[in-house]
Design a protein around this ligand. Structure first.
Ligand code: ATP
Ligand code: MG
Length: 573
């Protein structure tokens, strides 16, 4: 491709709306353009990156025996009603209707559609297992679209769905997908980690996520180097503290704490660490009343664990300040377990506290020296919190650390959740109808592009991992207008490299060299050749590697083999 023929606009300034570096650089390098909130266009250079990611994904899915299909983006409501998700999926689902007022959605995922295909196409156990996949545009009306391509509303996903006669077969394909994902993210040059996950809205049993490690990641990953345990914090159990709860040593006292509502304010006011304060959160119960969840002041509620409790409404809903006041007569910030009159469920660590600080159930007052059993009724006890660094690993081999991750892939064993609801059956060896088991396997194809930039950039711009770079090589021509000889040599070089199968971006624009160098760095193609009048006189071009900054002068006659060698180094060949 010739840059002289590409209307390419880069930005010097960082766009104000872009919070994370991938979003900034995607916009600055002119790879994507925002149409509206969470919806982006892929510009010519950006689309080449997306296509290369797709290609690696496609090759590895094909290698693993999956079959590519392409399903519609628009899906009829009836199928979603069969599984009950038309109501349950909520506002994430973009609902639309046609001129007959029939209801549809723009697919956020395709379990219903593929299960409908499977129940029509598959008749016999002999046809199983089968694994269908597609690379396709999804829409999810995310509450907070942000971080550019990382949490978009419209995005490209690879989704795959497998069908089986029995659990052993499902397990086999699930493991094959785990291996394929490992190959995909390795080939793409990403630093990633495979972690145990919560199976979430899609439901089912076993599930693992693949996370690209980056500080900007929205997910927290708990891991332990001692025992190789790794899980999304959402799905990491916290172990109860060892030993019995300490016995009470102080008396219960009520103290005025005017205006001190938050744990920080109360702790500071009383000179007590957050770990000795009790935090009470009132949430909607499953029976229509309120339930109090008790946590240590320095711990965070884990919503997934909480909404799994039978007493708590799912999805989790914090009680509004008005509802709290109406039910308890206490303004938020001053709630405590002594005489609360609501069911209390305490996290293991909160239930282990003695002589702690809590709200006094009276405005502007707290209590000190509170003890379970003596002052407040013994609570129900459950695992309610997120693990923190230093907690013991559930694997038993050390303590946990926490890292940030970007979820780029997710594999699930769905079991018969969808196939049973939609009666997707085949005939078994005895001619009896059997409900198929299913697995599903997603990759955030467009999110990978952003995640790669989060991991691979410097102050000058993007540094593409070679397999997803828009081009293999940038050939930058200095002042082409000034010299016919330079232009002719550049054309020969460009043609020769392309004939050798190398994808070259030719910067033949009549622009200042400083601008061209800066834009080359911004775009981040791993290898760059510069051809100018002075070098040409000596029969030389200048080579520079984007990542290391390593430079070399290369004789024109040797360029082909030199570049081939550099590209081979990229792929580790
Ligand atoms: P998240 O927890 O990030 O919202 P999810 O668990 O809801 O994602 P899945 O249903 O597992 O997502 O979808 C498969 C993959 O699609 C995810 O692993 C992720 O890489 C990608 N993905 C999901 N939502 C988005 C989004 N809003 N923008 C870009 N990619 C997304
Ligand atoms: Mg997921």
């Amino acid at each position: 491709m010739r840059l002289s023929q590409l209307p390419w606009t880069t930005l010097k300034e960082t766009p104000a709306e872009a919070e994370v570096v991938s979003h900034q650089l995607l916009l600055r390098a002119g790879l994507v353009r925002r149409l509206t909130s969470g919806i982006f266009s892929w510009m010519p250079l950006g689309l080449r990156v997306l296509r290369r990611v797709e290609q690696v994904v496609r090759e590895e899915m094909d290698r693993a025996g999956a079959l590519e299909v392409l399903m519609p983006a628009v899906q009829p409501a009836e199928l979603w009603q069969e599984t009950g998700r038309w109501d349950r999926y909520g506002d994430l689902l973009l609902r639309i209707h046609d001129r007959q007022q029939r209801e549809y959605c723009f697919g956020p995922t395709h379990e219903e559609i593929i299960t409908d295909i499977a129940r029509r196409e598959l008749r016999s156990y002999r046809q199983l297992p089968v694994n269908y996949y597609q690379i396709q545009t999804k829409f999810r009306d995310e509450i907070r679209p942000r971080f550019g391509l990382m949490r978009a509303r419209e995005f490209v996903m690879k989704d795959a769905y497998s069908f089986h006669m029995d659990q052993a077969s499902l397990e086999e394909t699930y493991q094959a997908m785990a291996r394929a994902y490992t190959r995909i993210f390795t080939r793409l040059g990403l630093h990633f980690r495979t972690v145990e996950a919560d199976s979430g809205e899609i439901g089912g049993s076993r599930s693992q996520e693949f996370h690209v490690l980056a500080d900007s990641g929205e997910d927290a990953i708990a891991y332990c180097d001692g025992d190789q345990y790794a899980a999304n914090v959402e799905a990491t159990p916290s172990l109860p503290p060892a030993g019995p709860r300490p016995a009470p040593t102080t008396t219960l006292e009520t103290v005025a704490t005017p205006g001190a509502r938050s744990i920080e304010e109360v702790g500071a006011f009383l000179g007590v660490p957050a770990s000795r304060c009790l935090k009470l959160l009132l949430v909607e119960g499953s029976d229509g009343g309120l339930v109090a969840l008790a946590l240590r002041g320095d711990h965070q509620l884990n919503a997934i664990k909480a909404e799994r409790l039978p007493q708590v409404a799912s999805p989790l809903a914090l009680a509004s300040a008005e509802r709290v006041l109406e039910t308890t007569g206490v303004p938020t910030g001053f709630l405590g377990p002594v005489g609360l009159g609501l069911p209390v469920i305490a996290d293991h660590a909160a239930a282990h506290l003695a002589d702690f600080v809590a709200g006094a159930n009276r405005g502007d007052h707290h209590q000190t020296g509170v003890n379970w059993g003596r002052d407040a009724a013994e609570p129900m006890v459950a695992d309610l919190r997120n693990v923190v660094a230093g907690d013991p690993s559930p694997g038993g081999g050390g303590t946990l650390d926490i890292a940030r991750g970007i979820e780029v892939g997710h594999i699930f064993q769905l079991g018969d959740k969808y196939s049973r609801a939609m009666n997707a059956v085949v005939l078994d060896q005895d001619g009896k109808e059997r409900v198929m088991l299913m697995g599903c396997y997603g990759i955030g194809v467009s999110r990978i592009v952003a995640a790669a930039i989060e991991q691979n950039h410097d102050e000058n711009g993007i540094i593409w991992p070679a397999p997803m770079s828009p081009f293999d090589l940038m050939l930058l021509v200095l002042n082409p207008k000034n010299s016919d000889a330079v232009t002719a040599a550049a054309e020969r070089l460009y043609a020769g490299l392309r004939e050798a199968g190398i994808e070259v971006l030719l910067d033949d624009r009549d622009a200042r060299p400083g601008v061209k160098f800066a834009e080359a760095d911004l775009l981040g193609i791993p290898h760059r050749l510069v051809l100018g009048e002075r070098g040409l006189k000596d029969g030389m071009v200048e080579y520079r590697q984007r990542r290391s900054g390593a430079e070399a002068k290369v004789a024109l006659a040797d360029v082909d083999s030199f570049i081939r060698q550099q590209l081979a180094n990229d792929t580790g060949a």
